[in-house]
Design a protein around this ligand. Structure first.
Ligand code: HEC
Length: 106
C-alpha cells in the first residue's frame, strides 16, 4: 500500500515538472490528440470542420486557457459552446493549460 502511494507521488511529481518545463509543448500536442480536440478544430488547429468553429493555432495561451475553462464551467455559453462542453468534462485545468501553451506555439 505504502509502495503504491510512493509511486503515485513520484509519477505526479514528474508530471508536474513536465508541465512546467520544456515537455509542456509535447504534452499539449499529445493531449490535443488524445482528448479529440482535432476532430472539431482540425489536426493543425487551423482547419475547423465547420466554418463557424474557431481556429486555435497561434492563439494567446492565457486567452485560450480562459476560454476552455469558461466553456467547461458554462460561463461561456452560446449556441456553439454546447458542442465542446461535453469534452471539457474530461479535461482538467492542468491539461487545458498544457494544450493552451502548445496551441500558442502553432
Ligand atoms: C465537438 C466539437 C469540439 C471539440 C471536440 C472541441 N471543441 Fe473547442 N470549440 C468548439 C466550438 C464550436 C467552439 C466555439 C464555442 C463558442 O462559440 O462559444 C470552440 C471553442 C474553443 C476555444 C475558444 C476559441 C476562441 O477563440 O475563443 C478553444 C480554446 C477551444 N475550443 C479548444 C478546444 C480544445 C483544447 C479541445 C479539446 C480538449 C476542444 N476545443 C474540443 C468545438 C469543439
Amino acid at each position: 500500500m505504502m509502495k503504491t502511494k510512493g509511486l503515485v507521488l513520484a509519477v505526479s511529481a514528474v508530471l508536474s515538472l513536465g508541465v512546467m518545463g520544456s515537455a509542456a509543448a509535447a504534452d499539449g500536442a499529445a493531449l490535443y490528440k488524445s482528448k479529440t480536440c482535432f476532430s472539431c478544430h482540425g489536426q493543425d488547429a487551423n482547419t475547423p470542420i465547420m466554418p463557424t468553429y474557431p481556429k486555435l493555432a497561434g492563439q494567446n495561451a492565457d486567452y485560450a486557457y480562459n476560454q476552455m475553462m469558461d466553456i467547461k464551467s458554462g460561463v461561456r455559453n452560446n449556441g456553439q459552446s454546447a458542442a465542446m462542453k461535453g469534452i471539457m468534462a474530461m479535461v482538467t485545468a492542468e491539461e487545458a493549460k498544457a494544450i493552451a501553451e502548445w496551441l500558442s506555439t502553432q
